[in-house]
Design a protein around this ligand. Structure first.
Ligand SMILES: [Zn+2]
Length: 972
């Protein structure tokens, strides 16, 4: 893992740091170089990297010295995501276009000069169009959320109190199975700043990249009150002078703080006559930023600002506020008589309307120029502060006669002791603190203080690169993603899956997503018992039979490309298979015909004989079969076995999936003209970014098997072919599922084949599909639900601790997963009654009520038997989005005019969701449809819950009792 310093190294502008790790390259900030920093090694517009190679940018805050080169990055080919807070995204939405406009104007100005001088034309660094395009890449996040930046890289943005939306970024990067935590401070704000909340502290880090703008100085006004007093003093003095008070100010942040502070002074009446002085905000950007500040109130303000908002409206709304949107309005300010407060940008006076105001006010002895922000080396602001007697503006030499004042307390940057406090609060000692964003001497001095805390410090020069060591300072774990907020059911998915994972004692990894959005993941235990490597969502496990689904996908892609005809027999592609003429690829895929399983028909028997002959115990027998069934077996050996057996064409008895997919794998390789591994890699894995997956890669885990009390570690399955032997991570497997659902791998026609019942190693039940590894010691499960667009993968390297009574392993897990998902997504409104048919009967047979209700309701098996035997009995499945949730048995005796609801049950998993009432209403409607005027129902005396529900629906007792049941009736 490498960290490269591409800006703000021994200077304060052009913040840009590049992290290179196993998974890719990520930038933290991409700021514009300003003032003297433009003359550094990279100039104003060179990058220390190829923008096309950058996968993502994390943006600490919206200031141009942190964000200003983003449009240039996009112009030069970057097309990844830019992750930042919502407020930063909003502010960037006005600041980047504004910056582009300045670039365009500068170029136009330069070109006018060049034209006159006969020099070639120049292009703006970037244009408004580039800036607009850049905004499309923004992905806003909330403070405190853990978000995935890129595979193996997670981030959390923490309020750092420097600017609306500003953040210190915690970054967890995974490399070689170990996680390293980096913290990028961004610009560190200060406690008690107006409007903003105080900077939050960070808990622990391996490496810290920290700003040190004020590392050698304390601010002279540290409290809010001090600062207000200083401003009051300057305003009083300026008003007394009689001329304008010109305040160069960053349009975003500082302008709003000034307005807020002026409003406070006015409310306190701290500056007599202030309410009569016009306050101009002369900056379209400043005006728009103020609107954003007003919009973001609830999520970002501190208590005082919220209080002011409540008591006296917007903190920026002054009675004497005037805004100048257009250039005309701006120029008119110069004709305003008397004293005016003019807040204009840029804050360092190197561009923008402020320069006009300086031209008209610097020479006047009654004017005041008030600096409230940092002035970088080489900027006009700095030159004025350093006491220049005259300056050049618009080609004219202007005398400096105005009073030059400065209030440092407005600084958005922490002072020396505040910086030291921040780094101390990180707690566990970082391996190294990199100091950036400060002038050289400042950082040198600050480093002495940081070293005094016992920390290692580096002050990188521009383009310095540091190799980061990982894993030595204890175990940093990848934090779990923050579940999606909002009231959407997705919120619960994480909690529920976590519950199952814990309950099942999974020693593995779980990843769940909906569309492109990760919903939840977890990784528990160690991947490798010997090396004690932790499981991660990128840990490669043996995929087992899930490999079949990969093979099927490759075959279907080749069919779409016209290279493998799914409907043609296989004799052309696999002529060595003697039955190839009798079977097509599609029949193999759909399980309509299968090749007998080589293991079942030959190997197992031999193994059984051998174990019997050698009188092996259970553990030895297990080892023998594991090694035989999971070691490599050549295509030739497989063919030798299956050539002796007939094709099975009875789908009910097709046991030969393994052999089928072995043959299909051979067909794919030959149709593609390369090895099967190449075919899968190039057709399936690479196009959808499955980086961890392959046939030729090695699994990173060992597997544990238990026999009674004994536990052994066995190797990863080795079969490298179409039926098994692929390796995959939970992350990749879930992405594979989503790609299928979203049609990214296959067109509609081929997706239908892929997701057909009993196809491709995917089993289907009521609209959801699962694949499982079929190996108890290496459970891998893929769950995809077309209805909810959800895909989840579970990979484990030890048998789960708890087993269902009838089903064990991945399949059972996946079913549990599905119940939990259904629980979350199913809603009572979508309940339907469906006549019992061959598609729903088996699901209905599995439904059961709670134990305490069992004495009241007959089992569905008995009800279905009755329905078959009795005339007039009509059985229904109660379904919800195609999933059976209950059962109803109606009786419609048209001859006697008797219509009854004989039975109604809702499965225990789906109770208390309103399904019972919804199903009753449907049953009543169904009876009415058949001609009933009244519906009858019988109920066990004592089933109070049922009686209450029926009464609510309008049923009342008729007085008739039979077999201990009371009859109720309702008009329809
Ligand atoms: Zn900043």
């Amino acid at each position: 893992m490498k960290l490269k310093f591409c800006g703000a190294a021994r200077c304060v502008t052009g913040s840009c740091h590049m992290l290179c790790y196993d998974g890719g390259k990520v930038l933290i900030d991409c700021g514009m170089r300003q003032g003297a920093d433009e003359k550094g090694e990279l100039g104003a517009s060179d990058f220390a990297f190829d923008p096309k190679e950058i996968d993502a940018v994390l943006l600490t805050h919206a200031h141009i010295d942190h964000s200003g080169l983003l449009p240039l990055l996009v112009k030069r080919g970057f097309d990844g995501k830019i992750i930042t807070t919502k407020a930063t995204a909003e502010l960037s939405g006005i600041m980047l276009p504004d910056s582009a406009k300045i670039q365009e104007q500068d170029a136009e100005y330069q070109n006018r000069k060049n034209l006159r001088a006969g020099k070639p034309m120049v292009e703006p660094m970037y244009t408004s169009a580039d800036a607009q395009k850049t905004l499309e890449y923004f992905q806003p996040v909330s403070y405190g959320d853990i978000v995935e930046v890129w595979p193996g890289l997670r981030a959390r943005f923490n309020d750092i109190g420097h600017l609306l939306g500003s953040a210190a970024i915690e970054l967890w990067a995974e490399e070689k199975g170990t996680t390293t935590k980096l913290v990028f401070s961004g610009d560190i704000g200060r406690d008690e700043r107006p409007i903003l909340r105080d900077p939050s502290s960070i808990d622990g880090a391996d490496y810290v990249v920290m700003e040190g703008t004020y590392g050698d100085r304390e601010h002279d006004a540290t409290t809010e009150e001090d600062k207000e007093k200083q401003l009051a003093d300057v305003l009083k003095e300026g008003i007394a002078r009689g001329g304008n008070i010109v305040i160069p100010s960053f349009a975003v942040g500082r302008t709003q703080e000034l307005l807020y502070t002026i409003k406070r002074l006015m409310m306190k009446n701290a500056v007599p006559g202030l309410e009569k002085i016009p306050v101009f905000v002369d900056s379209p950007l400043g005006i728009n930023a103020t609107k954003i500040y007003e919009r973001c109130a609830r999520e970002y303000y501190d208590e005082e600002a919220l209080e002011m908002l409540k008591m006296s409206g917007s903190p920026f709304d002054l009675p004497n506020l005037r805004v100048a949107e257009t250039g005309e309005e701006s120029k008119l300010i110069n004709f305003q008589p008397g004293c005016n407060i003019i807040i204009s940008s840029s804050g360092m006076c190197d561009a923008g309307r402020i320069r006009h105001h300086l031209k008209h006010n610097l020479y006047r002895p009654d004017s005041t120029i008030l600096f409230v922000g940092y002035q970088a080396n080489g900027t006009l602001g700095r030159i004025l502060l350093d006491g220049a007697k005259s300056v050049k503006l618009f080609g004219e030499q202007i005398q400096v006669n105005a009073a030059i004042r400065r209030i440092e307390g407005f600084s958005g940057h922490a002072g020396r002791s505040e910086l030291l406090q921040w780094i101390r609060e990180i707690g566990s000692a970082p391996k190294c603190v990199f100091l950036v964003h400060g002038e050289s001497e400042t950082l040198d001095k600050f480093a002495v203080d940081v070293r005094a805390l016992g920390l290692d410090v580096e002050i990188p020069d521009l383009l310095d690169e540091f190799e980061l060591s990982y894993g030595a300072s204890g175990v940093v774990r990848m934090p779990a993603l923050t579940p999606k907020k909002e009231e959407e059911p997705d919120l619960f998915i994480g909690r529920r899956l976590n519950m199952i994972a814990k309950q099942w004692g999974i020693n593995g990894a779980l990843y769940c997503m909906r569309g492109e959005e990760p919903l939840y993941d977890t990784a528990i235990g160690v991947a490798d018992a010997n090396k004690q490597n932790l499981n991660g969502i990128h840990t490669r496990f043996a995929a087992g039979e899930i490999t079949m689904a990969f093979t099927a996908a490759a075959a279907l892609i080749l069919d779409a490309q016209g290279k493998l005809n799914m409907d043609a027999s296989l004799d052309k592609l696999v002529p060595e298979y003697v039955h190839a003429a009798e079977i097509t690829a599609k029949e193999l895929l759909l399980g309509q015909k299968t090749v007998p399983d080589y293991a079942d028909y030959d190997m197992s028997f031999k193994l059984y004989q051998q174990a019997h002959k050698e009188k092996l115990g259970a553990m030895e027998t297990f080892k023998l079969t594991w090694n035989a069934l999971n070691g490599a077996i050549s295509d030739e050996d497989v063919l030798n076995i299956v050539n002796k057996l007939d094709v099975v064409d009875d789908p009910e008895n097709s046991a030969g999936r393994r052999s089928s997919y072995r043959i299909l794998g051979m067909a794919v390789a030959r149709a593609y003209g390369k090895s099967l591994a190449d075919a899968l890699n190039e057709l399936v894995f690479a196009p959808i970014g499955m980086k961890d997956t392959g046939l030729d890669k090695a699994a990173e885990v060992t597997y544990t098997a238990k026999m009674g009390d004994e536990s052994i570690v066995v190797g990863a399955p080795k079969l490298c072919a179409g039926e098994a032997g692929g390796v995959v991570s939970a992350y990749d497997l879930a992405h594979f599922g989503t790609a299928l659902l979203e049609g990214k791998l296959l067109d509609e026609e081929h997706t239908d084949i892929m997701l057909a019942p009993n196809a491709c190693g995917l089993r289907t039940l009521n609209g959801w599909y699962y694949a499982d590894s079929g190996i108890e010691q290496a459970q891998s499960a893929l769950y995809i639900n077309a209805q909810y667009g959800v895909s989840a993968a579970m990979l484990a390297n030890a048998p789960s601790a708890k087993e269902d009574a009838d089903e064990t392993g991945a399949k059972s897990f996946v079913q549990r997963m599905r119940y939990e998902m259904d629980d979350v997504y199913l809603k009572a409104e979508d309940v339907q009654l469906e006549r019992i048919n061959d598609a729903n009967v088996y699901s209905v047979l599995k439904l059961a009520v709670n134990e305490d209700q069992q004495e009241f309701v007959a089992g569905n098996d008995i009800s279905l038997a009755e329905a078959a035997a009795l005339e007039n009995a009509l059985p229904y499945a109660v379904t919800q989005n195609g999933v059976a949730v209950g059962f109803a048995l109606l009786n419609a005796d048209k001859d006697r005019g008797v219509y009854e609801i004989w039975r109604l049950m809702i499965d225990k998993r789906f109770q208390h969701k309103g399904f019972g009432t919804a199903a009753m209403k449907l049953a009543m409607a169904e009876l009415k449809r058949m001609g009933a005027e009244k519906a009858q129902i019988s109920v066990e005396i004592g089933n109070e819950a049922a009686i209450a529900m029926y009464q609510k629906l309008g049923f009342s007792f008729t007085g008739r009792m039979e077999y201990g049941e009371a009859y109720m009736e309702c008009e329809l």
